[in-house]
Design a protein around this ligand. Structure first.
Ligand code: ZN
Length: 478
């Protein structure tokens, strides 16, 4: 259906509202192309809209509700495809933007939009992906000041390409209908930073969330929606860490088969220093993102967990010598273990933390940033450890290095990316500075053993590679 037809349809309706009302009822099927805007003005307050949608590759459409006019109400987006920073199916546009779709291009998928009181639940393929409760005083930018629950019609707008809908059913609900899901007290948007970023489509994603400390998937979803922060939920691949951990391809793939249906990004963390050889490359490739940190180093052939006060030791070095040792470990880890993101970046053991600014000298920072730039690895801004410092983040931005936000929670209760969002603002990060899986180059790299601890078993994927501390891994093209 072209844009002209759309207008004719709308004008006909406006010209003879009562006569056309019956024929203007929502049809069960619709197609919308870029530029189309189909309006169904029967005013609704509480309702449930169900149906199926099918997107052409790269296509996008938006379904609006509570739209007495173009400037009012909310929109739900329909767009599938790779995790590339575009906003995906189910997004409550500019309020709860999502970055991974549970549906695929070219496949009919179910959806529902359920509005009750000042709440909305959006489901894709029967999975709740958005649950938003509007606070008493919602914060809206000037461009989106009409985004409030009210009463109004439905719109189907084509943004890009063609999106089809079928089996559409809209059921009005009584004015006193209330949501069946557990509504948390909304955050106070007057002071909240996430909503300000959501309003201007800056991606608000915590890529480093672990289901540990009793945090369940359901609770993570409620928290994510309450805060307006997308979560990348990460199991550990490898050994030696805490929380959900997998040691075999079968375990990791079994987890992922289920996790793909969850409303989260699928992160994974390489743990210990053997992880890169413990799984097939296809297992790593199946995750949206893969990160590791330098909190386990290899000293004298043994793993040393520097985040454990009872394990950390200088092993006869001065603090300056130990820093040089750490920097060479970071270089080796990032050069030889293919990841997308350097997590918990620049973390220092507790006894050294008071000297962080002094010990992270410009030459040491440069060595780490050189390595990130060379291998196309993003830098995590850690909300939990409040690292890297603003000085290091600014230096990384100047080098064109991309960023992610991460918490690395140890408990079920954790924050709202405060340090990361603060740092992003102070260092002037833009959407273009943020990393997305579409930028990933790790698939083009090979894990290379770089010390005796990391030597893979002979039958492993790198079984024929000779262990060498001098091994120079290939640099992928970006
Ligand atoms: Zn972690």
């Amino acid at each position: 259906m072209g844009g002209m037809k759309t207008n004719v349809f709308l004008f006909a309706f406006l010209a003879a509202a009562s006569a056309v009302a019956a024929s203007a009822a929502l049809p069960s099927g619709l197609e919308v192309d870029a530029g189309d805007r189909l309006v169904f003005p029967e005013p609704l307050r509480n309702f449930e809209l169900r149906g199926e949608f099918l997107t052409d590759p790269d296509a996008e459409a938006a379904v609006g509700f509570h739209c007495p006019d173009e400037a009012s109400g909310y929109e739900v987006l329909f767009r599938n495809g790779p995790v590339d920073g575009t906003r995906k199916s189910g997004s409550l546009s500019h309020v709860r933007n999502l970055y991974r779709s549970l549906a695929a291009d070219g496949v009919w998928s179910g959806f529902s939009i359920d509005v009750r009181g000042k709440t909305v639940e959006v489901r894709i393929r029967d999975v709740p992906v958005v649950r938003y409760a509007e606070p008493a005083d919602p914060w809206r930018s000037a461009a989106h000041r009409g985004q409030r629950f009210g009463r109004g019609g439905l719109t189907f707008a084509g943004v890009k390409g063609r999106v089809r809908f079928r089996n559409l059913v809209c059921t009005p609900l009584p004015d006193d209908a209330r949501p069946a899901w557990p509504v948390r007290a909304p955050v106070d948007e007057r002071t909240d930073r996430a909503i300000r970023l959501q309003q201007r489509d800056f991606p608000v994603i915590d890529w480093h969330v672990h289901l540990k400390g009793g945090l369940t998937r359901a609770e993570a979803f409620e928290k994510s929606q309450n805060y307006g922060i997308n979560y990348g939920v990460a199991p550990n691949l490898g050994e030696g860490g805490v929380g959900e951990m997998f040691l075999t391809d079968a375990a990791a793939r079994g987890y992922l088969a289920e996790a793909r249906r969850w409303p989260f990004l699928c992160s994974a963390q390489g743990e210990g220093r053997r992880w890169a050889f413990q799984f097939a490359p296809s297992t790593f490739a199946a995750f949206d993102c893969l990160f590791t940190d330098s909190m386990t180093v290899v000293d004298g052939g043994r793993p040393l967990r520097i985040y454990r006060a009872d394990e950390f030791k200088l092993n006869g070095r001065t603090e300056e010598e130990w820093m040089d040792f750490l920097v060479s470990q970071i270089e080796n880890i990032l050069a030889h273990e293919p990841v997308d993101i350097y997590a918990n970046a620049t973390f220092l053991p507790e006894p050294l933390q008071p000297r962080y600014e002094e010990l992270w000298t410009a030459p040491r920072v440069k060595r780490v940033l050189d390595t990130l730039a060379r291998y196309g690895i993003a830098l995590e801004i850690s909300a939990r450890y409040k690292i890297p410092s603003l000085r290091i983040i600014s230096a990384a931005k100047a080098r064109g290095i991309k960023f992610t936000f991460g918490t690395n929670n140890e408990k079920s209760e954790f924050g709202r990316l405060e340090y990361a969002l603060d740092a992003a603002e102070k260092c002037g990060l833009t959407k273009e500075d943020m990393w997305f899986p579409s930028l990933s180059v790790r698939a083009a790299r090979k894990a290379v053993p770089w010390n005796t601890f990391g030597v893979p078993p002979a039958a492993g994927p790198q079984g024929t590679a000779a262990p060498s501390s001098q091994a120079e891994p290939p640099v992928p093209s970006r």
